[in-house]
Design a protein around this ligand. Sequence first.
Ligand code: BGC
Length: 346
Amino acid sequence: MKKILAMLLVAMLALSCTAALAEKVGVSMPTKDLQRWNQDGANMEAQLKDAGYEVDLQFASNDVKTQLDQVENMIAEGADVLVIAAIEGSSLGEALAMAKDEGIPVIAYDRLLMDSDGVSYYATFDNYMVGTVQGTYVKDALDLDNAEGPFNLEITAGDPGDNNTRYFYQGAIDVLQEYIDAGKLIVVSGQTAFDDVATPLWATETAQSRAENILSSYYADGSNVDAWLCSNDSTAQGVVAALDANYNGEWPIVTGQDCDKVNVKYMIDGKQSMSVFKDTRTLAAQVVKMVGQIIASEDVDVNDTETYNNNVIVVPSFLCEPVFADVNNYEELLIESGYYTEDDLK
Ligand code: BGC
């Protein structure tokens, strides 16, 4: 009996030592309101746990102060590595300074952390390429090099506080600008400058009300808007809602990004023409790999050491490749790959 008790004690001690040894990774996500961040959070948590880490996953309700508190708590509670998708890129300076003081490496997840030297690595999808894919789609779908035109275009971009937003916008504009300059594409509202087309917090409602204003001010006479360049799916949802409610012309080309379920259904129904698939499993796997390399003091995988200057340092980055998605390839990309089930899209 004594022997069994002693063996039990040793086993329990061994277990508690293993638990104590597991490195702790704090994962801070912006919000649960958008499908993609729920998926990112879930994928990160599952893959980190599979790799043997303890995980502290928090969502910050798109509230900057909440995110700051959550990250500071993660530091106080002994996180060994932090993975942060910021609501507002430059709002976490205090927490990043704390992390740096404590020697805690920080990986910026999807969105760059700005104005701080407390960020060690950045993992994302190639943001400029996302914009290029969207712009090229509009160019090809309207056959801008051959068709006579002119065509009417409107633009809806994302949140100015998110460092990704300008890359998306610029990637698309760099493809379309020559056609705007040549008068083949006409932005009837005249709203092309980044500040005029941005959508704070990427909010669907804000994108919708701006699109409703544009439709009632410039398209009420029945003229067509031929393409609506939307930087992502949440803003495309707002634009589609406005078109549904306030528009009588021919349905335009509508772009997006993320392949959110609602938007894939729009693609199936012909309300959205394309999206950009950023497989959150790929990004999560890359970040888990980087966490492992950091913890093992190995070289960390990066493939871009020039692009992402956060105003203080150039952050070594790993850029995953975004993939074009439309009604013709969504089954292969999203269903056959196990990302969604058929039922998800009903
Ligand atoms: C992400 C996009 C997302 C947007 C809104 C961006 O930082 O890269 O995938 O659509 O935020 O959440």
